[in-house]
Ligand binder design. Sequence first.
Ligand SMILES: Cc1cc2nc3c(=O)[nH]c(=O)nc-3n(C[C@H](O)[C@H](O)[C@H](O)COP(=O)(O)OP(=O)(O)OC[C@H]3O[C@@H](n4cnc5c(N)ncnc54)[C@H](O)[C@@H]3O)c2cc1C
Length: 243
Amino acid sequence: MDPLKEPVPVMPTAHYAMGGIPTTLWGQVIKDEKNTVVPGLYAAGEAACVSLHGANRLGTNSLGDLVVFGRRAGIHAARFARDADYHELTEEHLGESRERIERIKNSTGKEKVAALRAELQQSMMDNASVFRTGELLQKQVEILKELMDRYKRISIDDKGDAYNTELVEALELGYLLEVSEALVHSALNRTESRGAHAREDYPERDDENWLKHTLAYKVEDGKVAFRYKPVVLGRFEPKARTY
Ligand SMILES: Cc1cc2nc3c(=O)[nH]c(=O)nc-3n(C[C@H](O)[C@H](O)[C@H](O)COP(=O)(O)OP(=O)(O)OC[C@H]3O[C@@H](n4cnc5c(N)ncnc54)[C@H](O)[C@@H]3O)c2cc1C
């Protein structure tokens, strides 16, 4: 495009996801406020919350995060793999994944993955974006319920087993919906502004009630339960970012 003739479009985009999977300092995934480790499961980088970044990642810190905690997770995972016993995958373990895949492949529903994903993206942009309000987040809770319901009626044209990218996109949409649910419910629940979470209806930071990590658990579609983990304060205590 020629900027002399027409304006260059400027669009917001995702720069960084302060991911949600809580981990130990060795990248081991933990599943509750007691730091119970899920053996053999690791996360690092944007997916993880090793709690390095506080409530808002500062520029350049993510590469440091990767180099340090990606390496530590790799070292630990290699040690774990060396000493772990080999387990057969049983029908019990495979069942849920197989059922999920078969349901999508055999569905004759009329909903299309690309259309639902576009609606999810647009509505998350409109209602759960940089500046949030309770009203908008509540609206998004309802939209997500509807999208979850419609997701049950998606169907795909490619029924094959090899390189089925349509199936992968369909599965990923399910995960995007679940992550969106965790994000929106947690943002609605946190009635304060802290770091990258900016509530226009609660503009102040509220350490008395909210100096804690939220752990979100999916109870069923549209229902999320919360538990909390204390924030470990070190030499650098949280302070307002002022200029
Ligand atoms: C424009 C921009 C500028 C940035 N500038 C800086 C900066 O100056 N300093 C800084 O510190 N950070 C910066 N960041 C952030 C930093 O680059 C990222 O946080 C970091 O690269 C994330 O690394 P990651 O390994 O967590 O994720 P990624 O690098 O996104 O790696 C995830 C990998 O998983 C793969 N993947 C995804 N889905 C699947 C699947 N289903 N199966 C298998 N593989 C899959 C992807 O292909 C990808 O290779 C910037 C980010 C952006 C977007």
